[in-house]
Design a protein around this ligand. Structure first.
Ligand code: ARG
Length: 712
């Protein structure tokens, strides 16, 4: 179908929704076309479309960007001050931490500009411009440059982005990055230019006892009392252009920043969020939902469960390990718990039934339309074939490419072998250098070979339970003593320690490579995966059928007209709102600092309250950040439609003022990435007043408060 028809259908679909349904991650560039702006105004928005997104001028979207690789951040001062979540700044905070300077435990406050700490591998990306390139892609398909399936692959999309950038006036401009994304399962495509600033410095972070209060226990849960924020600053060269870290760089002058409102909120107040939701799958068939449950989710639950248990024990036993593995543990645990919650919620919220009903309607609509007839049946048949394959691959990747970190690169070792065989000294030296780099990458500051050995010793036998023998790498056919097998790898392989490596590099031989236990193990894993992938055909069919299904759903006006999340900038609007998770229980839409003291448990590291915070709460010393009744707000709920990647996103009022930072979702709606439930799905945000209170009264960082524009 032509894009125009598609959009018309999308617009028509929109008008079948009630205004109160807050589902939808809307594209800024389609706000007018899709009339989301009209619905927003109806719900209370006081701004015009151009105030939010203006391709020819400065707008709200210029105050929001991608923080690091997977979070959102917002600008809150004319000098490039950035607010995001504590859990988004976590890896930076951890990297600066050691047993001597434990910023994870104690927090970090740069009292002067000079104290702000540079971070390797941390950038901030603004959306520069958005261009519809659907016609270009369709032309490429027509001319045979690509195919309908390949048009959705990274390789093609990257090539296209480079090709289009080469023709653009932006080509060669500093910090510009181009990326093409498929939307609506490949029914349309946009090219997005980003301006990426690679010098981002750490400015402030509360102690984890505040920024991560409630820890894993409260994660994905309401009621919540986590002050999940951290503060960074973007630096640029003297001309305000992106530049790698240099002592000469200066704070970036930002043309747009968010004003902060301390006015407070009431139930049903308008609330909107701009951010970068990573991934949703709102248009699956029931069979595809089942696939998600049995493959990705179950593999995460099982494999991560094994790893986390080992890490928990090792981290409790040593401060060094606790700091080294803090970020890995939180990241792994986050989606481990999410998968558990999602599988539960899919059943509880009858998502399979909802999807089945949607399919029934689709089948009625599809009758007599050759483009759509039989699509669902064909998806179901394809899914039947793919479930065992996906399941096997997900378990193998979760275990051998994620949980266990020690890995010898098979290709590199083969290259080296080849070079030795050919007596090609240049190639030998090249491979030796690469091997040294791999060694440094593996044995980095946050890696402990003994911890990893323990993880491997737990994972290998567990995998024998999760998969059948034919699904496992072939070493499972012969190995009986997993401990001895792992010890051999962790003691005797070339990359196991620097002694082994140096000994090998002094005189690299084919024999030594052939004997390497880690190489043999990785080759076995790799062969197993390749064999499965090679034997599997059908992915292409599924891609095309799925594309047709989504196009059809939009056409039949059954689903809202927004595209699944794909880590592009989206807007979601809704309201501040309480909810009723189960019979006889109703949750208020906000919590207060009093709840922090109610949850306090000095014997549980997740619920320790720092003495200073406790004192301020007990004295009710909240200054200008208190609510009318004298208490200090902590977190609040909205109906906004967010998911992972939105972490750190600004929650704004009807005028676009910052009122909170989004950081989580609630347990009862963890099926939300698959199906949005108006009654249950809530976004959890930390109230901006709690954040400023902590910066001001705990961190004594008034210099930051003074940079902001605060409306009392
Ligand atoms: N659930 C939150 C999210 O995905 C992350 C919370 C991080 N905190 C934690 N305790 N692991 O955005």
């Amino acid at each position: 179908m032509k894009l125009k028809n598609f959009l018309l259908a999308a617009v028509a679909a929109l008008f079948t929704l009630q205004t109160q349904a807050d589902e939808g991650m809307w594209l800024l560039q389609l706000m007018q076309q899709q009339h989301s702006i009209d619905l927003m105004k109806k719900q209370g928005l006081k701004l015009e479309a151009e105030d939010i997104y203006n391709p020819n001028g400065v707008s709200l979207k210029d105050a929001v960007g991608i923080f690091g690789g997977g979070c959102t951040g917002e600008i809150i001062s004319p000098d490039g001050l950035v607010l995001t979540n504590h859990h988004c700044g976590y890896s930076a905070i951890q990297r600066h931490s050691s047993v001597e300077h434990d910023y994870l435990t104690d927090g970090f406050w740069a009292m002067r500009l000079e104290d702000e700490l540079p971070n390797e591998r941390l950038s901030f990306s603004f959306v520069h411009s958005i261009i519809d390139v659907t016609d270009v892609v369709n032309e490429d398909i027509k001319s045979g440059k690509t195919t309908e399936v390949n048009a959705m692959t990274r390789t093609y999309l990257n090539e296209l982005a480079q090709r289009l950038m080469a023709q653009s006036e932006l080509n060669g401009k500093s910090g510009i990055r181009a990326q093409v994304y498929p939307f609506y399962a490949g029914n349309s495509f946009y090219l997005i230019y980003y301006k990426v600033y690679p010098d981002v410095r750490m400015v402030a972070a509360p102690p984890s006892s505040i920024g991560k209060f409630g820890g894993e226990t409260d994660n994905w849960m309401w009621p919540r009392h986590t002050c999940d924020f951290s503060v960074f600053r973007i630096y640029a060269d003297k001309n305000g252009e992106p530049a790698p870290y240099s002592a000469d760089n200066v704070p970036l002058k930002t043309p747009k920043y968010l004003n902060i409102s301390l006015k407070g909120l009431n139930e049903n107040d308008y609330a909107m969020i701009l951010g970068f939701p990573g991934s949703t799958s709102r248009y699956l068939t029931a069979s595809e939902v089942r696939e998600r449950m049995e493959t990705t989710n179950q593999a995460e639950i099982d494999v991560r469960g094994v790893r986390l248990e080992v890490l928990r024990e090792k981290m409790a036993a040593s401060d060094k390990t606790r700091i080294q593995y803090a970020n890995k543990f939180a990241g792994s645990s986050n989606y481990w718990k999410n998968s558990i919650g999602m599988n539960e919620a899919i059943i509880k919220n009858k998502v399979l039934e909802t999807k089945a009903e949607q399919e029934r309607q689709f089948n009625l609509f599809a009758k007599g339309k050759p483009e759509y007839e039989g699509v669902v049946d064909r998806i179901n048949a394809a899914v039947e074939k793919s479930i065992p394959v996906e399941r096997q691959l997900d378990y193998l990747t979760e275990s051998f490419y994620s949980a266990i970190e020690f890995r010898t690169p098979v290709d590199l070792m083969d290259q080296l072998k080849e070079a030795i065989k050919n007596k090609d000294n240049v190639a030998i030296e090249g491979a030796k250098n690469e091997l040294r780099q791999v060694f440094d990458q593996i044995h980095n500051k946050d890696y402990d070979h003994e911890v990893d050995r323990a993880v491997a010793k737990a994972i290998l036998p567990a995998m024998a339970e999760f998969l059948t023998l034919p699904e496992l790498p072939d070493f499972y056919q012969t190995v009986t003593d997993f401990d001895a097998y792992v010890d051999n790898i962790y003691n005797n392989s070339i990359l196991a320690n620097s002694t082994n490596l140096e000994k090998f590099l002094k005189k690299p031989t084919i024999k030594a490579i052939d004997k390497d236990p880690s190489l043999a193990y990785m080759r076995s894993v790799q062969d197993c995966m390749y064999k499965t992938i090679d034997a599997y055909t059908g992915q292409d069919d599924l891609t095309l059928e799925h594309k047709a299904y989504i196009r059809g759903l939009n056409e039949m006006k059954n689903a809202p007209a927004y595209s699944d999340a794909n880590f592009t900038m989206r807007l979601t609007y809704g309201n501040v709102k309480s909810y009723e998770p189960r019979d006889a229980v109703k949750y208020k839409y906000y919590t207060t600092a009093d709840g922090v003291l109610e949850k306090e448990d000095p014997t549980n590291p997740e619920f320790v309250v720092p003495a200073k915070l406790k004192e301020l709460i007990q004295k009710r010393d909240f200054g200008r950040y208190a609510m009318a009744d004298g208490s200090l707000p902590a977190c609040f709920l909205t109906t906004n439609d967010i998911t992972g990647g939105n972490s750190g996103s600004p929650v704004m009022d009807a005028e676009g003022n910052l009122i909170g930072i989004a950081f989580d979702g609630n347990w009862e709606s963890l099926s939300g990435d698959i199906n949005f439930d108006d009654n249950l799905q809530r976004c959890i945000a930390v109230d901006i007043r709690y954040v400023l209170f902590v910066i001001d009264k705990l961190g004594n960082c008034q210099r930051l408060i003074n940079e902001m524009k605060i409306i009392d």
